[in-house]
Design a protein around this ligand. Structure first.
Ligand SMILES: Cc1cc2nc3c(=O)[nH]c(=O)nc-3n(C[C@H](O)[C@H](O)[C@H](O)COP(=O)(O)O)c2cc1C
Length: 240
């Protein structure tokens, strides 16, 4: 297990806890992972479901809940904290703005192409922006748009293969197809991001995700050149 860096952040344990929406990865899990040296991630999807006015005041309830969860997590850890914000969310911009205002360390954003994510930066934040992709092509489209429109290059990138729980649009028959395997996607995305590393003059760590369960899996992807891994399902059954 080697530490790695995303900009000025040093991640001692190369494990990012994947965001899990609808109340699964909240401050308690995220802070436990951060305290262990990984990156703890609060998921924003339907985060306000526990608020009294969730059904009558959806936007405000979610903003309030996200603020609370980030602040709670901050009280519980000095480690590195991220939020996961799916581009498909109807309150995407609210969630991004709130996370930035709260000074979150990292925003992870996928479930679609987060093409306008850097547009929310005011220039004062230290927050790192990390897209989640499922192909080298998606990594290129995002990097090109960010570079051309916002003069911004992703700070890291997560590549999720077909075994990731989530919303990436792989077809059932592709789950077992080696052409779509994470083992194939990781080198593809690493190669793509090398071009953008040169363009931006900064390292862009690639993080592998989807079906990674144990030390051997982690080792395999780190040996392939990934800086770290993102794991989610395994954390569902842990007691933090
Ligand atoms: C219960 C559950 C909820 C999830 N919710 C989200 C989410 O809100 N946003 C997202 O980008 N990914 C979500 N994911 C995907 C994970 O963040 C992660 O990338 C993926 O599950 C990694 O694969 P693994 O579960 O095999 O470790 C979810 C996954 C699970 C299992």
């Amino acid at each position: 297990m080697r530490e790695f860096r995303i900009g000025n952040l040093t991640i001692k344990l190369p494990i990012i806890q994947g965001g899990m929406g609808v109340g699964i990865s909240m401050s308690s899990l995220a802070s436990a992972v951060a305290n262990a040296g990984g990156v703890g991630v609060i998921a924003t999807a339907v985060i306000g479901v526990g608020e009294k006015d969730f059904f009558t005041n959806f936007l405000e309830a979610n903003i309030r809940a996200l603020k609370k969860e980030i602040r709670k997590a901050r009280e519980l850890t000095k480690g590195i904290l991220g939020v996961n914000i799916m581009t498909a969310l109807t309150n995407y911009s609210d969630m991004v703005k709130t996370a930035l205002e709260e000074g979150i360390d990292i925003i992870f954003s996928g479930a679609g192409l987060p093409l306008n994510l850097p547009s929310f930066l005011t220039g004062k934040e230290k927050t790192k922006l990390v897209p989640i992709v499922s192909s080298g092509r998606a990594a290129r489209i995002i990097s090109k748009r960010w570079h051309e429109k916002y003069n911004y290059i992703p700070d890291a990138i997560v590549v999720e293969g077909p075994l990731a729980g989530g919303h990436l649009g792989f077809k059932r028959e592709q789950l077992q197809d080696s052409d779509f395997s994470l083992e194939k996607l990781v080198p593809e995305v690493i190669n793509e991001m090398k071009l953008w590393e040169d363009q931006g003059g900064k390292p862009i760590p690639v993080i592998a995700a989807g079906g990674i369960y144990d030390g051997a899996d982690i080792r395999k992807f780190i040996d392939m050149g990934a800086a770290g891994v993102q794991m989610a399902t395994r954390f569902v059954t842990t007691y933090e």
